[in-house]
Design a protein around this ligand. Structure first.
Ligand SMILES: [Zn+2]
Length: 233
């Protein structure tokens, strides 16, 4: 699939969306970079990583069903360790400022060059709300007040769970973090729908604007299944 170029000639067109720390020169570099890796930016569902050696003792592991279990695991015959692999939790924030939404343009794969809400893998020893605030700080250098959990999507074919919190941006002092090319506030009319990186994020944004019109904010849950047109999650 060809990746469409953005309608904007650079990232600060028409006075909207609001973008920071951005110049046309920087944006030109980004567009070239994006073209060079357009095909590579198509995300492919990960397979479970193969493990050859035990991370506990270094011995070669076996792939078999442990006694009393139902699924094959990486089992170490030397030290007895069973290396479980479980789904990963991805947490993000839908941060508002005066009716506009904070989006980040990804500087890294998968989906480099596409827009998303600030989001990422939850770390050990933090809450999901802390993860949402941390990811927003890392990717957009932005401080937020985290509100209610808003969407939760199971994505079983890539063994992930995606959670997005509603949030309030605390000030306009934001800029692209290491993993972002741009950070900007978008009105609904300016959301780059054809350049949203992930289906869970697109669904969250569409639900948000529907709920805003209705004036109520339920928690939305659901599943995202494999897509062949094109793979977006
Ligand atoms: Zn071992």
């Amino acid at each position: 699939m060809a990746v469409k170029e953005p309608n904007r000639s650079h990232c600060v067109g028409k006075g909207k969306p609001v973008s920071v720390a951005t110049t046309p020169e920087r944006c030109a570099k980004r567009i070239v970079k994006r073209n060079a890796c357009a095909l590579e930016s198509m995300h492919r569902p990960p397979v479970l990583p193969a493990m050859k050696y035990c991370s506990n003792c270094g011995a070669p592991v076996e792939h078999r069903v442990p006694p009393g279990d139902t699924l094959p695991r990486h089992v170490c015959p030397a030290c007895g360790s069973i290396h479980y692999q479980n789904p990963k939790v991805v947490v993000g924030a839908l941060a508002e400022w005066d009716g506009r939404i904070l989006l980040c343009r990804r500087a890294i794969e998968p989906r480099q060059g596409f827009w998303t809400l600030p989001a990422g893998f939850m770390e050990n020893r933090e809450t999901t709300a802390e993860a949402a605030a941390r990811e927003t700080l890392e990717e957009a250098c932005a401080r937020i007040q985290v509100g209610a959990l808003y969407t939760l999507f199971d994505i079983p074919h890539i063994s992930q769970v995606h959670l997005v919190y509603r949030a309030q941006l605390l000030d306009l002092d934001f800029r692209p973090g290491e993993e972002s090319l741009d950070v900007a506030l978008f009105d609904e009319a300016d959301i780059p729908w054809r350049e949203i990186a992930f289906r869970s994020i697109e669904r969250t944004l569409r639900l948000y604007f529907e709920d805003r019109r209705r004036g109520h904010w339920p928690l939305h849950t659901g599943s995202i299944l494999p897509s062949t047109n094109p793979p977006l999650d």
